[in-house]
Design a protein around this ligand. Structure first.
Ligand SMILES: [Zn+2]
Length: 77
């Protein structure tokens, strides 16, 4: 068995805990940022009725679920 002082053990324990916490926050932040970008790309606003909705399938043309009109990406807000 390895003999270490209690101070060193506490420091090692806290260091490893904080390191794991920062790695977790870093990867969670990256994932969160990616999700936000995806949501922004799929967010549409109808120019006719100003209804805001999510259409993840449409790329250039989307159909408004409220007034049922088709509109292009240039008109997207
Ligand atoms: Zn509409």
């Amino acid at each position: 068995m390895i003999k270490i002082e209690i101070n060193l053990a506490v420091v090692l324990y806290l260091s490893i805990s904080i390191l794991i916490l920062f790695i977790w926050i870093f990867f969670d932040y990256r994932k969160d940022k990616r999700v936000k970008e995806d949501n922004y790309n799929t967010l549409w606003q109808c120019p006719i009725c100003l209804h805001i909705y999510i259409d993840s399938r449409a790329e250039n043309i989307s159909r408004c679920p409220r007034c049922n009109t088709l509109h292009k990406r240039e008109e997207k807000v």
